[in-house]
Design a protein around this ligand. Structure first.
Ligand SMILES: [Zn+2]
Length: 285
């Protein structure tokens, strides 16, 4: 009986959220019109995405830094992009944290890194996004609204797949089972028959392959993408940093440039398709 009551209350609460936080038609259409990678979904998926984005808005707390005014456009744009990866997973995959903080531009991250001989250094770097374990997702609004705009002009994008929202929310999925390691958790219900260890082995082999290819190039090679083989232009070379970053940048390519990723990295594409339960390249479902 208790189970039924809980179910009833949950359904009622979901219906209330969907009604109370409903995204107006004009704002929904305007948001989708700025996001080509969202437009490829069919009408059933778009309906599901709109519902997920509404629940996301109901459950998350948005704030801004440096007096940046928070607008409905911002709230909806982040929600829609963030919900693309969980379209076939569900809102529960973003459980355990609430905050989204938008900055008026890139922001400073201070962290410590250990060098090859074990010395620890303080590093200060500019970032367009950051995801904290159990904490907020921080995003530079110019990077969210027009990908690439936040990057310095002398930095060519190695691929058109840049998407800071997908990147940071991929980290959130990876963090669901602890420290980010490039291997997200799998659900017995949603991923029946998937051997998580085999998945991890395949994914990490792809990471090694990617990092090894990049090892042969000088550090500044990605500033001249036209000289690189096509396979290296599909995924941001930042993925070489660690398996967790590889998962995040490969997820960007998977959703934003799926056809190229499938063409040049078919095994990696298939791994991500298995986890996300989506096949976004043309001809997929
Ligand atoms: Zn990252």
């Amino acid at each position: 009986m208790l189970g039924r009551l809980t179910q009833f209350l949950r359904t009622r609460s979901k219906a209330r959220k969907l009604e109370h936080y409903a995204i107006p038609d004009a704002l929904w259409e305007q948001t989708v019109s700025t996001l080509p990678f969202v437009q490829r979904y069919g009408s059933d998926d778009l309906t599901a995405l709109r519902e997920l984005a509404t629940l996301f808005i109901a459950e998350k707390e948005y704030s801004t830094a440096h007096d940046l005014p928070l607008t409905d456009d911002m709230v909806v744009s982040v929600a829609v992009q963030a919900c693309v990866p969980i379209l076939r997973l569900g809102i529960e995959w973003y459980r355990g944290w609430h905050g989204i903080v938008l900055y008026p531009g890139e922001f400073i991250i201070r962290r410590t890194v250990q060098d090859e001989i074990g010395l620890v250094h303080g590093v200060v770097e500019e970032a367009s996004g950051e995801a904290w374990e159990h904490g907020p997702v921080i995003l530079s609004w110019p990077d969210v609204s027009s990908p690439g705009a936040g990057l310095e002009s002398d930095h060519n994008l190695p691929a058109d797949s840049y998407n800071v929202v997908i990147h940071e929310f991929a980290h959130k999925l990876d963090m669901l089972d602890g420290e980010p390691d490039g291997v997200p958790p799998f659900s017995r219900v949603l991923h029946p028959g998937i051997d998580a260890e085999a998945w991890a082995e395949t994914f990490l082999t792809e990471y090694d392959r990617f990092a090894e290819v990049w090892d042969k190039y000088p550090d500044d090679a990605w500033e001249h993408p036209e000289r690189l083989p096509p396979a290296l232009r599909v995924i941001d070379p930042y993925g070489c940093e660690a398996p967790s970053e590889f998962f995040a940048v490969a997820s960007e390519s998977f959703f934003v440039e799926p056809a190229s990723l499938r063409q040049h990295w078919p095994v990696l594409y298939q791994s991500l398709a298995t986890f996300y339960r989506q096949d976004p390249a043309p001809g997929g479902s």
